[in-house]
Design a protein around this ligand. Structure first.
Ligand SMILES: C[S@@+](CC[C@H](N)C(=O)[O-])C[C@H]1O[C@@H](n2cnc3c(N)ncnc32)[C@H](O)[C@@H]1O
Length: 204
């Protein structure tokens, strides 16, 4: 899992290598939880940092309405051109940075390996907007980078220790909080120590 977490360079090459990979475990876990709960109609997910859509495609396959947001036009272009998009998929793509994007009240904010790619001030603002946008009973599914990650200290990125993660998740029932530390490689083949929090949490 850790080795395809991505790095803030050369996104088109990243999309090429990872776009067809299966959806993230955090998304699947959240969707399975929703499936045990009654719904009055199609649910709405916002996929922040959707890339070329490995998670978005699973959402639309499972009948979700999806607003997929990414700063890279090539990500949205690749997503909307996927030949495995079901016909009639209720999908809107938006090219925008999270810091500038607006999204409506929703059932799920999914953000796989993307939120740490913001500077701390921006992260704080966007996290508040995520929590405010979730309906009661809605979920966040995401990864955050831990303080022992070998990218710690890079500018334009945010890292959290366990205490800080617990603070972010106040007001949520935490359904998955898996801390992973692993020495492996990035998609570009560079050696890296990964420290990742895999999170699914339900807004109270
Ligand atoms: C590592 S990729 C992850 C893609 C996909 N979610 C996945 O799990 O494979 C991170 C994605 O987030 C997008 N991204 C990073 N920072 C962003 C920001 N501040 N606003 C919008 N998109 C951003 C990048 O363009 C990239 O597509």
């Amino acid at each position: 899992m850790s080795g395809d977490g991505g790095e803030p360079h050369d996104w088109p090459a990243y999309y090429e290598k990872t776009g067809a990979r299966p959806p993230r475990e955090t998304l699947l876990f959240a969707l399975d939880r929703f499936d045990t709960e009654p719904a009055t109609g199609p649910r709405l997910a916002v996929d922040l940092g959707c890339g070329s859509g490995r998670d978005t495609i699973e959402l639309v396959r499972r009948g979700w309405r999806v607003l997929a947001i990414d700063a890279e036009a090539s990500a949205i272009g690749k997503l909307t051109a996927r030949d495995d998009l079901p016909s009639g998929a209720d999908l809107t793509g938006q090219v925008a940075r999270f810091e500038e994007a607006f999204w409506p009240t929703c059932d799920l904010v999914n953000s796989s390996f993307a939120l740490p790619l913001m500077a701390p001030d921006d992260f704080t603002t966007v996290w508040s907007r995520i929590t405010a946008s979730l309906k009661p009973g809605g979920r966040i599914a995401c990864q955050l980078f831990g303080s022992r990650d070998s990218w710690t200290g890079r500018s334009g990125m945010t890292f959290h220790d366990r205490e800080a993660v617990d603070g972010l998740l106040e007001g949520f029932n935490v359904e998955m909080l898996r801390e992973e530390e692993d020495d492996s490689t990035t998609v570009r083949g560079e050696a890296k120590h990964w420290h990742i929090f895999h999170i699914v949490a339900r807004k109270v």
